[in-house]
Design a protein around this ligand. Structure first.
Ligand SMILES: [Zn+2]
Length: 588
């Protein structure tokens, strides 16, 4: 992230992470680290740590971690360049004028600025159409009839795109070059290559990014036009899988209540927000994506999913559960009675009734069990189907104890013998492991001691770091380890001989690996010696031999079963002997 010699690098070297974090969190010295209550999740005993030497932070509770810039980015919800400036200012480092960029970068930047500007003007244009034209007023009457008052329309910036097909184009084409109009996604071209308005005769909902800038629109058809909902296409400023509708307005409430209500569409989000529940966001025109969950997790991990109760909504709920659980979210599911979506429910039953149901929303497993119980439970096949429906979700729960509790509940509720269920779970877990390759568990210590120690030695030891890295790479000793991906990036950075920067390495890693790396980085340890490093390597080498031995043994058994292939069998037996000998002989 911070390139050598860059301003960012200079700031990072001069800034003291303990001081910067200390502005947000009350830190206490504990051992060689500082610790305090995590600002990213609510807790009563401190599991948030700052390492003054490595200049990183890590929370053992929720797993966040990074360098000083990452911390300020996440706390203040700002971009990387903004964080550099913020840290520099906090530490009294003079900020230079922005450096001249390459012509391409400058152009891209300019285009993005123009696109944001264009969207802002378009939003104002649509609002003006809604209030100031006969066609717009008719649309407004329709919205009023649907229960949205003028105050709500103003609050959410709702507007109207007229039916003519050129209204927005006429308003914008003098001000913006064709390239910008083209890139905005607000216009399409006809057969003759002429622009026309993409959105026609639609109620327009501005979609803002998390800093509140309008970057796209959702258009709802007036009457029976199809499609009912039309959204902006992907543009340089809009990627639908990275944006949650209403997040810009929900931020504060999300942090305060430490909980999010997740709904499907903008009408739902607006209805829920108007009911006084401002911690609501909508996934909007897409099934929930991993980047969206990560975005939301910056504010809270407790999420109540409230999708439509129709078949499509149920499928979407189940898909989103998968992603939420994998990201370690604490999920509840609200399925509204009477087949109602949040918008129609609140209209019919009122805000208080909705709030009450929200508070009573059951944990996701209860929701899933009640779904499973709707299957035919009178036959063995039916029960099997129900179990197969439930297992993939239970398997995604990172915590082992929680998983076990759910197993007991499922067995009780579906009237299945618990041992039988647990056996299915074990089998499913094994299949999943061989499919996905073992992922380190969050709970408990992932990575065996020798592996963990090697990671630490590579980070710490100045003297033989590159030699050690070369040996690991040459023999591919990191392959198949729980720390494989960590060692891959670490070894690469160590071969240059430079001191690896844990925060920079973390950038190249997925969430779980990043957490593991930080956990290891925070373990205090005695200085290492080459002998110790060698003994770790020996453990790994032995493990490789053991694995091959097991594979050979399996082959021997299957060959014996096939019988007849004597030549092949002899080779395997010889190899087996050789591997046994290696395990028995003392390490060189
Ligand atoms: Zn935390």
């Amino acid at each position: 992230m911070a390139e050598a010699g860059s301003f960012a690098e200079r700031v990072k070297q001069q800034a003291d992470i303990v001081r910067v974090v200390g502005e947000y969190v009350r830190l206490r010295k504990s051992g060689q680290n500082f610790s305090g209550l995590c600002p990213f999740h609510s807790e009563k005993t401190p599991s948030f740590n700052v390492h003054p030497v490595k200049q990183i932070y890590h929370c053992f509770g929720c797993g966040v971690g990074g360098d000083v810039f990452k911390f300020v980015m996440e706390m203040d919800k700002i971009s990387f360049p903004e964080a550099i400036r913020a840290v520099a200012e906090k530490c009294g480092i003079a900020v230079p004028r922005p450096r001249e960029r390459t012509p391409e970068e400058r152009q891209e930047n300019q285009q993005r600025t123009s696109l944001v500007e264009l969207h802002k003007e378009a939003a104002a244009f649509f609002v003006q159409q809604l209030n100031g034209t006969p066609e717009g007023r008719a649309a407004k009457a329709y919205l009023l009839d649907r229960g949205l008052d003028s105050e709500a329309m103003a609050r959410f910036g709702i507007g109207f795109a007229p039916s003519g097909g050129e209204a927005l184009l006429r308003a914008m084409k003098q001000k913006y070059p064709e390239k910008v109009l083209e890139a905005s996604g607000l216009f399409s071209r006809d057969q003759n290559g002429r622009f026309y308005d993409r959105f026609r005769r639609r109620v327009m909902f501005p979609i803002a990014n998390d800093s509140g800038k309008v970057v796209a629109f959702g258009g709802r058809a007036l009457g029976d036009d199809l499609p009912k909902y039309l959204n902006s296409p992907e543009t340089p400023i809009y990627s639908k899988s990275n944006i949650l509708y209403h997040l810009d307005r929900a931020k504060e409430a999300l942090r305060r209540d430490d909980c999010a209500v997740l709904v499907e569409g903008y009408m739902d989000a607006i209805a829920v927000a108007r009911a006084g529940i401002s911690n609501v966001v909508a996934s909007c025109g897409t099934s929930l994506t991993e980047p969206q969950v990560k975005l939301l997790n910056r504010f809270t991990r407790k999420i109540i999913v409230n999708y439509d109760p129709d078949t499509a909504g149920q499928a979407a709920t189940e898909r989103s559960l998968t992603i939420l659980l994998e990201q370690g979210a604490e999920v509840k599911v609200l399925a509204l009675p009477g087949g109602k979506d949040p918008d129609s429910f609140i209209k019919a039953e009122g805000a208080a009734a909705y709030t009450k149901l929200l508070k009573e929303a059951p944990p996701y497993v209860d929701y899933l069990i009640s779904r499973a119980r709707k299957m035919d439970m009178t036959t063995a096949e039916g029960k099997l189907r129900a179990v197969n429906f439930l297992l993939p979700y239970v398997q995604r729960v990172p915590d082992r104890i929680l998983r076990s509790e759910w197993a007991t509940r499922i067995a009780q509720q579906l009237r299945i013998e618990e041992p039988v269920l647990r056996e299915s779970m074990r089998k499913a877990a094994n299949e999943r492991r061989s499919e996905v390759k073992a992922r380190p568990e969050l709970a408990g210590r992932a990575g065996k001691p020798a592996e963990r120690r090697l990671v630490q030695i590579l980070i710490e030891s100045e003297d033989f770091r590159s030699r050690l890295a070369q040996e690991i790479r040459a023999e591919e000793l990191h392959k198949g380890l729980e720390v494989e991906r960590i060692l891959t990036v670490l070894v690469e950075s160590c071969e240059s001989g430079a001191r690896p920067d844990a925060a920079a390495l973390a950038m190249a890693l997925e969430d779980r690996d990043r957490r593991l790396l930080f956990e290891i980085a925070f373990e205090s340890a005695a200085p290492s010696t080459w002998e110790e490093a060698e003994s770790c390597l020996t453990v790994l080498r032995r493990r490789l031999v053991e694995e091959e031995l097991a594979a050979v043994q399996r082959q021997i058994e299957s060959q014996a079963a096939a019988a007849g292939a004597m030549g092949e069998m002899r080779k395997l037996l010889e190899r087996k002997q050789e591997l046994r000998r290696r395990l028995e002989s003392p390490p060189q």
